[in-house]
Design a protein around this ligand. Sequence first.
Ligand code: FEO
Ligand code: CA
Length: 671
Amino acid sequence: MTRRDIINDPAIGNKGEAYEAFDDISTNPHLGRTIGDVINARYGRRDVLRGALGVSAAATLFGTSALIAPTQASAAPASRYAFEELVSGNDETHHVAEGYDAQVLLRWGDPVLRGAPEFDVMNQTAAAQLMQFGYNNDYVGFVPLNDAGTRGLLCVNHEYTNEEVMFPGLGRQDRAGFEGMTKALVDMEMAAHGGTVVEIAQMGGAWKVVQDGKMNRRITPLNTQMTLSGPAAGHARLKTRDDPAGTKVMGTINNCAGGMTPWGTWLMAEENFHGYFWTDRRDADGKADLTDHADAASKKRYGVPGGWYAWGKYYDRWNIDAEPNMPNKYGWVVEVDPMDPTSTPVKHTALGRFRHEGAETTVAADGKLVVYMGDDNRFDYQYKYVSDGVVSDDKFANADLLVNGTLYVARFDPDGGVVWLPLVHGSGPLTAENGFGDQGDVMIDTRLAADLLGATPMDRPEDAQPRGDGTAYVMLTNNKRRKETNAANPRAASDFGHIIEIKEDGGNHSAVTGTWSILVKCGDPELAEVGAHWNPETSENGWFASPDNCAIDADGRLWVATDQGSKWGKTGKSDGLYGVETEGAARGTSKLFFRCPVGGEMCGPYFTPDQQTLFLAVQHPGTDGTKDLKGFARASTFEDPATRWPDFDPAMPPRPSIVVVTKQGGGKIAV
Ligand code: FEO
Ligand code: CA
């Protein structure tokens, strides 16, 4: 499939989907061909899912282990998630478990800075957007500003934009050769990316935005200057015309998930950065000509230039013909101090360069800072970073913890062991002979370094969440292109994903060895050929597909948010938030707590420290897979969307929004 085929595929509902499909052209060269090819060639995946294949055929194709019923528990185990679960399904609006309120707190376009104009969707400008809440809210973090936790700063990533439902009369522009795009629209897109810091407070029993909050801030790729720290800062491969020293960069892009540090700063993970880079040198299939690029192998491994936005038509910095090193300034983890709106965000190159899904932190038993990070691409890797120093109570003493440390990549062994392999220049194959001149090269080309170390190619590592006891949960979302299975990625051609639990040796997150097991294999447990594995106490509403974001609450319980993209028609379920038990006899059960409106992806989730408030983010409502919505059955546009959530105003398109969930009458959630 060529790039042009993907762009024009009518089954691809929106830009995020297109990115995923682009990932199908694997950039990891360390892969072979196996039985999965045969499955795909002989039987359509849809036939398999519909049960068109008999059990014996499915057993031949998927292996008998997929058909063995899960172990029967002797008695129904008690659930620690005290709520009545929702009925799964998909419709125009959101749903939350009975006894809870779900209030829409912030929508795309809502004023967040002092003096910001009200949102006027028909007359939007970049200047207005720079003062308003951005698009496609993904990560949500919260910094309490008082002891009671009733006032605080919300930190929100704005991952990408969907021009077909943001702007009147455009439709999908990558399909149209971007002919409808203008510099004004591009500036609006750039202004809608990045992040927002906004003060919120509980007033009269409800959370409200404090629009004149002193710390309120928009961060964007259009106008937020940043610096680079660590081994790649100042590297020759980071030098650009606007920055001959290679130490600074304008803005951040495709900020997906993230994390908060123990000292209250906010980590924004740059994910599909490749999609923003442009070239005018493409062949008839749309393939980029990289012959003039000394680092062509690196660009190829990272999928640069993706060409999914027209920004490079108007800005040299997004055009690799003019600025071949610029892509090396993206794909990092950005640290922002939300308490100081004048602070300069820092891209920490010691945490590696890849399609960072998230950056969730914990303090290891030995006091070091540990950050778990997935590289969200089919067949890419799970990473963690361990600081050299230990975390201090003094915020400013922690400044170098994300600068000096070691990045590791995971090898999941068939015996249940996990080995964290250090990405250190000069050790093992990471030498000048293999193209790594120094540690800066190792960080800029993290993927190439991890390839040489023999890391385990995974089924799209999304969020990974550590818990204080040395456990971490890794969300693997799906991989329909997997041919060779391995122990940690046991299903070929799976649309449904799985969750891995890691137990670090000694309960210490900084350990370089540990053990792993599979918590659940996702998908419909009633369809044997899907090969799902859940605790049998999980109801028909409780199982899910495509785990993506996740959180651990104050009681140590795991919550999982899903993103099935346009494939939700295969489950008939919207994306949502589920409580997934990790302990005892109920391990592997799951309960549905919140449902997204159609076409939306479930992001956040983030609990306040008192566990009485849960922040959720509904990203790109009304876009994904709307062809499968009964009564709609077509792609959404600005004029004709599948839903107008959350306003349901005929003059307003759907708006990505933050939802606040609280228990009616107060109290801890799901307790
Ligand atoms: Fe932006 Fe991997 O989700
Ligand atoms: Ca995600």
